[in-house]
Design a protein around this ligand. Sequence first.
Ligand SMILES: Cc1ncc(COP(=O)(O)O)c(C=O)c1O
Length: 452
Amino acid sequence: MSASVKELQEFDREHIWHPACQMKDYEDFPAIPVVRGKGPYLYTADGKEILDIISSWWCNLLGHCNEEISEAIAKQAKTLEHVIFANFTHPYAIDLVKELLTIVPKGIEHFNFADNGSSAIEMALKIAFQYQHQIGQTQRTLFACLSDGYHGETIGALSVGSMDLYNLMYKPMMMENIHIEAPDLFLRADESIETSIEKAKAVFEKYHDKLCALIVEPLLQGAAGMRIYPKEYLKALYQLCKQYNVLFIADEIATGFGRTGKWFACDHAQITPDIMCLSKAITGGYMPMSVVCTTKEVYNAFLADYSEGKAFLHSHTYAGNPLACAAALTVIKILKRDHIIEKANVLGEWLSEEFRKRFEALDYVGQVRHIGLINVLELVKDKNTKQRYPSSLRVGYKIYQDALKEGLLLRPIGDTLYFNPPLNIQKEDLIKAMDLAFKVIDRNMKQLREKI
Ligand SMILES: Cc1ncc(COP(=O)(O)O)c(C=O)c1O
């Protein structure tokens, strides 16, 4: 390292605009220069170790600098780094799709590549819209989506998201959509799933002939605060779509590749979405890649003589990038060969038990919940009423800063804290993360209580 940490931070603050941040915060809390990674650990330029318990925004599936993935990419880089994917193909994408066909829900048969989650969502929305148009359902122009859903940051993706934090500023640019109130098993815990299903039914009854598609994050609403809803609700939404000929889009960008305990969250409900979006963990967090997968029925609506104008004229420069294909292929190979998802499920059960033992009884913890290896806790001001601290206190953010000083990358969503580690993390690293998390949370919550 030639530049000192201070120099790196100063240059960074001067010129680099980081994602989803108020850059003024960097004046007091500059970006941390990371120079190396191994397994669940990151290493900073000044030699500190940070335990990345959130898989670097949920994408790092098999640890940092996993040797097999690194080697596969290096080998690929010496063979073919990239080629235009229009009118060209390559064995690396073909091998990847052959593997994807063995794991995706039965009936998914076509794969369209892009390079990030939001782009996949844009593509899915356009495919759904054009599909309805091309089968003669031109009045179906609206999308239905769930309250507090999140599908990315581009304008189309924001439009089918429901989180004001990200949307509000851009409302005049966004398209109108139909919002369905999703279950909230924390704040509205006494509301039954049947009630939530009734609410969805009412929306379908009112708007069904105008609906083009419903888009959901299956089972887990990540950005909403790792909210989990039962598979019965997912299945009911799917059935409503089938009943009213509305396309069902599953955004498996955060949930795919074992994050919820099965290859895909839709597998829990045994459903095959019409359109499924994949990204994040697909390359183990190595390369930007996303895939929009569809059934034959959807794909066939676009097949016609060119003169009919039915082609899906959508492209991304890096579609089908061979380096990303090599990474994704290796990820699937490792997941299958080493039974990673099965092992992560065993670890997930153990971790959830430990979470309960350690955190559930604390008077500032409103709820502990889990799915797969994802474990979540809600910090509250009042355990009985579930009242939260005012957001102006930035409780989660302060815990985040304090945890980093202790060597733990814990990035709360508001006051919701969670672990979403690589699936092959070792038990001792989870124990270490729990010890550090407890130390930091307890310290901060006690200080907060003394102040208020
Ligand atoms: C469910 C879901 N959909 C879409 C996205 C957007 O993906 P990207 O950040 O790659 O654009 C995310 C990102 O967190 C996500 O969690």
